[in-house]
Design a protein around this ligand. Sequence first.
Ligand code: ZN
Ligand code: ZN
Length: 415
Amino acid sequence: MLRDDDREDPVTTTVSLTSQHPTEDSVRETVISWRRHLHQNPELSFHEERTAQFVADTLALFGNLEIIRPTPTSVVARLIGARPGPVLAMRADLDALPIEEKNTHDFVSRHPGVMHACGHDGHTSMLLGAAKVLGARKAELAGEVRFVFQHAEELNPGGAEELVKAGVMDGVEMIIGAHLWLPMPYGQVGVRSGALMASPDNFTITITGSGGHAAIPHETTDSIAIAAQVITNLQHIVARNVDPLASAVVSVTRIAGGTTYNVIPGQVELAGTVRTFDPALRARMPELMKRIVGGVTAAHGASFTFEWDPGYRPVINDEKASDLLRRAVVRALGSEVLVEAIPTMGGEDFSAYQQQVPGSFFFIGARNEERGITNPHHHECFDIDERALDSGTRIFVAAALEMLGGWGVSGTRDQ
Ligand SMILES: [Zn+2]
Ligand SMILES: [Zn+2]
């Protein structure tokens, strides 16, 4: 481990590397070209066959890596160092989204209705870049770097859980993972210990009354009017049942019921999502919701069903893993880029790994106001400042060298 006063200027350490081996500098343009190739060829969750094959084929070119296919759409590469030591896992995700791309750059999606609109093309590329650089520095490593290219982050139950079941975390001491992050400008990297991302749980509520003529409402039990009251009252949970210092969201995102102007429908379906960080609060949420839906529907003579579809666990970052990341960021890019990450109510199945081993998930700023790269994740014109890919590659390389001793006992890089 390094002492603070041993740290060198990151630019100096980068340029001092020998030129015949791939370095963070020499892979920068290749990483961008991989990202663009993946962006043009997106595949949906659990269908990343060609993406995984591209990753496996690319990794095979680097040499020095043991390549494993734990599932048909995922790839794991093991880089075993020259000396024994801990196993550090690094994770990227491979999947795209069912979105029709509206960007006009020259590497738009070639697959209608499918788009890399979350940045996973970038995650995969920068981890490939790190694998290439670290592969050439195997002799310096004491331990193993395990590169995890995971399928299906976007679709519950997620690919991470499958990889854990396949034993991908066996022997791992720590895991790190990144998200290119549009809420943050390029040039900032956000790390945080503790809660970073929420549990994205989903619900479906069916309200059953009795239908009839819209002009004779007293002979119906109006499921639409009752649904409106249910939606309003559900907000009472966050406003009045949850500790104001805790965090929760209840969002009704779909209402389905009725067919025409003059018929009161007998049934309305509501669906939506609940986001929480705290496991105890998370466990209470369906009960609080059922109490309200039950009370409101009973008050108006209707009945209901309630379905709860639990999503990923919250991303709670380990302190030691976050410290490793902070040192890696400072080493790779300088202390001025490091900021405290702001938690988000979005979800991530990186949490499945954190159930097994200590881990930390971090954000790499990829927003560029001047160039209009500001659209949020999952937007049809989502894009990233591609300079952020280089940041990711450098941080992954630095984290491995920090943990597995590549910086040498004196705190300077072994040459
Ligand atoms: Zn996403
Ligand atoms: Zn994502």
